[in-house]
Design a protein around this ligand. Sequence first.
Ligand code: SAM
Length: 212
Amino acid sequence: MEHVYTDGSGLFTRNLVPGEAVYGERLKTQDETEYRFWNPRRSKLAALILKGCDVFPFAADSTVLYLGAASGTTASHLSDICSRGVIYCVEVSPRPFRKLVSLSESRKNMMPILADANKPEDYQAAVGRADIVYQDIAQRNQAGILLKNLGLVRERGYAFLMVKARSVDVTKRPTRVYDAVEDELSRSGVNVLQRVNLDPYEKDHAALIAQK
Ligand SMILES: C[S@@+](CC[C@H](N)C(=O)[O-])C[C@H]1O[C@@H](n2cnc3c(N)ncnc32)[C@H](O)[C@@H]1O
């Protein structure tokens, strides 16, 4: 896994903006390089890596469309990893968006977009074609939102969907919800490569990794 490091105690990314922590995470310097601790209880992508991720397409020059960026916790680690690429950070809520804007002042590869991920037509001109879409949105129509945004991903590009079972249907067992989301994607021609349960880092959440 390129650009993700471990010292045996946890995951780290190389800090793109040395001296600056984003969410109070620990910084450490080794051989004159500064790293940021990547907390799996704050970031589902870190949880996914620790649980075992077969595909990790995030590279130094990747273009990522990030849906539900909130105040940029996970997006900031992708900004470390994709240091020569771009992270388009879509967020609908103005409050976390303000933090995204201030982060993007020092992290030049983060592009904040205040928009509803249900309406990709509002930001498709800015994004163009991404290599990867990463979605972490606690809404009922999580699969539907992802499918709408796949038009902004290049052919054979990847999708990372963090599914919150309780947002889709509180009455169903989480595994049934993951099955239904996976079915919806497969029926639309998306190739689901892996499903990873994020327990114990995130209860009732799973990550789906898919390819267009
Ligand atoms: C679980 S939080 C994301 C945490 C973030 N991905 C991280 O790991 O740092 C979900 C975010 O999705 C945002 N959201 C919900 N519905 C949305 C929509 N339709 N379009 C864009 N963002 C949305 C919420 O405002 C919230 O900030």
